[in-house]
Design a protein around this ligand. Structure first.
Ligand code: NAD
Length: 466
């Protein structure tokens, strides 16, 4: 029976709920449903643990490295839990424990910025970075472990304590991570609870967390912001994206198309920062559509535990229904199916890798975040028009420009309204590089020194000198 980790103890829920394996559609586990009292216990434990955790930075760094070793040792179990709850292919599932290890190691060695604003005979004025206190960390189902660690590692280094709430669709790997953290870290430093959206709402509304770090949908983020705002809690929001990839007329399709496909169908298209609509110039359109179609048709879809599988099922039934609905709607509105277009019959939430052509804005699969393996290829005549159309959205996570002339591509990328612009790549994310969204794609950044500072309160230390 899976348990939560509260104050270093393994705690059963007062009730449980079903966790589904998306590769079969069958119930594969029971997850604890955290009660209001248990949430309160977790937050009070975090508050109590913070009193000593915040005092010794060196000890924190050492504890993070010990935790990295413990996560590495549990890699296989974490991977197995992830495959069963997300449907990720084995090789991809294995990267998440590795991400946890890398993030812990990088943050364990990261320095806080030290800013001395004045140092003269009148005064020494410095800006220090203090812990915020208890952090509530809420995560989605697409990268349960990786995205949790994006929050936990910097929060810990900054001297905060944490209560983590994973998605109700994918709690199992995070609960296991909670057990590992409970064994390595002092009791209460990181607590993991599980439950539905209401538990997330209760965590945000509770008086104890002074910062909420949330990754999820735009609608969830707006709700979190409203509740957190009423209590002036600090906030980081990593929300959805509808990234445009713009192919320039000088692009070499033979090299560019496979790279765009690799990222667009990564994790069955279920990641925030992937190409979700591709803009191709008139001069290359016919050839590019053919190449995208041939490439997508060659992707091996199947059982995530089969070593040959490149793409697994959608991770949840609602997401499967949504992707299916978006593809059907696009076809009804005149889009041409180049390859795929349908669900795969049989058990599990499988959908064919799909390329849609002869499609433009005004169709939901272009205007909204599809978060699945359905990629629309749009045509443009003028590059300024492509950029304007790429920007005509409230999303602003990432964008990419693909072309032979790097300077031209970089110049065009600079006109995209988003948190990260890539040239000749997409979705390359690193622990040392800040990541965040413009417009409705987020508030603040994660990762890098900027992401670390976001887990601190600035404190000016002003020493007068005569
Ligand atoms: P979601 O918003 O439905 O849920 C995310 C988490 O928030 C879950 O744990 C859920 O239980 C909780 N939650 C939902 N409503 C809440 C509320 N009102 N208050 C507090 N907690 C609440 O999102 P999802 O469907 O799990 O995830 C998919 C979305 O996440 C996509 O839009 C995707 O783009 C986005 N995402 C963004 C990033 C990023 O870094 N920008 C990364 C991954 C996923």
């Amino acid at each position: 029976m899976a348990t939560m980790t509260i104050n270093g103890n393994s705690v059963r829920g007062q009730s449980t709920y079903d966790v589904i394996n998306p590769a079969t559609g069958n119930v594969q586990a029971q997850a604890p449903d955290c009660s209001a009292e248990q949430l309160n216990e977790a937050l009070e434990a975090a508050e109590a643990a913070g009193k000593s955790w915040r005092t010794n930075e060196d000890e924190r760094r050492k504890a993070m490295l010990r935790l990295a070793d413990a996560v590495a040792a549990a890699r296989e179990d974490l991977k197995t839990a992830l495959i069963a709850e997300t449907g990720k292919p084995t090789s991809l599932a294995a990267t998440e424990p590795d991400i946890c290890v890398a993030w812990l190691q990088v943050f364990a060695g990261m320095e806080f910025p030290r800013r001395v604003l004045q140092d003269d005979s009148n005064a020494l004025i410095e800006v220090a970075h203090r812990p915020i206190g208890v952090v509530g960390a809420i995560t989605p189902w697409n990268f349960p472990l990786g995205l949790a660690m994006w929050k936990i590692a910097p929060a810990l280094l900054a001297g905060n304590t944490v209560v983590v709430k994973p998605s109700p669709f994918t709690p199992m790997a995070t609960l296991l991570l909670g057990e590992i953290m409970g064994e390595v870290l002092p009791p209460g430093v990181v607590n993991v609870v599980s439950g539905g959206d209401d538990l997330g709402r209760a965590l945000v509304a509770h008086r104890l967390p002074r910062k909420i770090t949330f990754t999820g949908s735009v609608s969830g983020g707006k709700s979190v912001a409203a509740t957190a705002g009423a209590d002036l809690k600090r906030l980081t929001l990593e929300l959805g994206g509808n990234d445009a990839a713009i192919v320039l007329p000088d692009a070499d399709l033979a090299s560019v198309v496979p790279k765009i496909l690799d990222t667009a169908f990564f994790n069955t298209g279920q990641a925030c920062a992937l190409p979700k609509r591709v803009y191709v110039p008139d001069s290359l359109y016919v050839e590019a559509v053919e190449a995208f179609g041939a490439g997508a048709a060659g992707i091996a879809v199947g059982d995530p535990t089969d070593a040959n599988t490149q793409m697994g099922p959608l991770s949840t039934r609602p997401q499967f229904e949504r992707v299916k609905g978006l593809a059907e709607d696009a076809v009804a509105r005149g889009a041409r199916v180049v390859t795929g277009g349908s669900a795969i019959s049989g058990p599990g939430y499988y959908f064919q890798p799909t390329i849609l052509a002869d499609i433009t804005e005004g169709v939901a699969v272009v205007d909204e975040e599809q978060f699945g393996p359905v990629l629309p290829i749009l045509r443009y005549s003028r590059i300024d028009d492509a950029v304007e159309r790429a920007n005509r959205t409230m999303y602003g996570l990432c964008g990419s420009v693909w072309g032979a002339d790097e300077d031209t591509a970089r110049d065009i990328a600079g006109h995209l309204e988003c948190g990260t612009t890539f040239v000749n790549t997409h979705a390359a994310l690193l622990p040392t590089v800040p990541f965040g969204g413009a417009k409705w794609s987020g508030v603040g950044v994660e990762n890098g020194v900027d992401g670390l500072v976001a887990f601190t309160e600035p404190q000016v230390v002003h020493t007068a000198r005569d």
